[in-house]
Design a protein around this ligand. Structure first.
Ligand code: NAD
Length: 258
């Protein structure tokens, strides 16, 4: 007997921010493989266009849209463009984010980096929800997944700006989930530990085998995670299989936070 891959998102419209690389890219590919129309958003047009076109080459439906999550008007335009393109919005993965600085104490954290972290990682997610939720209300429901981090549920020294932004994401996820649960909009957050990506390379140097081994040892499971392992959880949260799950923050951390 041949088994075919599930197509849980046939004709669903999925907006993904930060889709030009890493976790966002892996998630875009996974949604497209299950039949979704994927609206990819990022700042880097060349990378974003190339991810979208490779999804189309593989038979998927994907469009790239350039927007900066630090620019509120661009976020409003992004949601409008998605609805114009695909006729609605069923699922949003608000994933775009930056690392800022790691390793500096709270007393030394640069003010401009703090402001940028909050603008992109927290205010950006808030603005996304501000514009996504009205579209979802118009069509009678939807599912939002916000990107937090293990640094959004657990303290790590030397990360106060990033922590502020990601703890904030967990907070606004719960608030919005409770506000819109009666109208059929589920809002959840994912909290990965170290996941192989450009960001992990920048922060932890994971392309170097020795540094990767150091990072791997922080996780009881004995390795760092892969972007596809985050995508799997995001797709589950977005699917009907998670229909009774909202206001949740799911750790994807190989046991690190236990
Ligand atoms: P990445 O650097 O590969 O991806 C980040 C994505 O966000 C890129 O597509 C980038 O272009 C985009 N982006 C950044 N600033 C943007 C802006 N102002 N406007 C639009 N797009 C912007 O790294 P990643 O690991 O895939 O990161 C994705 C998310 O996962 C981030 O929010 C990050 O904080 C979070 N995260 C990552 C890890 C990890 O270890 N990799 C762990 C926990 C959480």
């Amino acid at each position: 007997m041949t088994t075919s891959a599930p197509r849980r998102f046939e004709d669903k419209v999925v907006l993904i921010t930060g889709a030009s690389s890493g976790i966002g890219e892996a998630t875009a590919r996974a949604f497209a493989a299950e039949g979704a129309n994927v609206f990819l958003v990022a700042r880097r047009a060349d990378k974003g266009e190339s991810v979208a076109s490779s999804i189309r080459d593989a038979g998927g439906s994907a469009v790239f849209h350039q927007a900066d999550m630090a620019q509120r008007l661009q976020i409003a335009d992004m949601v409008k463009a998605c609805v114009e393109q695909f006729g609605g919005l069923d699922i949003a993965f608000n994933n775009a984010g930056i690392d800022g600085v790691f390793g500096l104490h709270t007393t030394e954290h640069p003010e401009d980096v703090w402001d940028e972290l909050l603008a992109i990682n927290l205010t950006g997610v808030w603005m996304c929800m501000r514009h996504e939720i009205p579209e979802m209300l118009r069509q009678g429901g939807g599912s939002i997944i916000n990107m937090a981090s293990m640094a959004g549920v657990k303290g790590f020294p030397g990360s106060s700006g990033y922590a502020a932004s990601k703890f904030g994401v967990v907070g606004i996820t719960k608030a919005a989930a409770l506000e819109f649960a009666p109208q059929g909009i589920r809002v959840n957050a994912v909290c990965p530990a170290v996941i192989r990506s450009d960001m992990a390379e920048r922060v932890f140097g994971t392309e170097d085998a020795e540094k990767e081994a150091t990072a791997a040892a922080w996780h009881p499971i004995g390795r760092i995670g892969e972007a596809s392992e985050v995508a799997d959880v995001v797709l589950w949260l977005a699917s009907d299989q998670a229909s009774f799950v909202t206001a949740e923050t799911i750790k994807i951390d190989g046991g690190l936070g236990a």
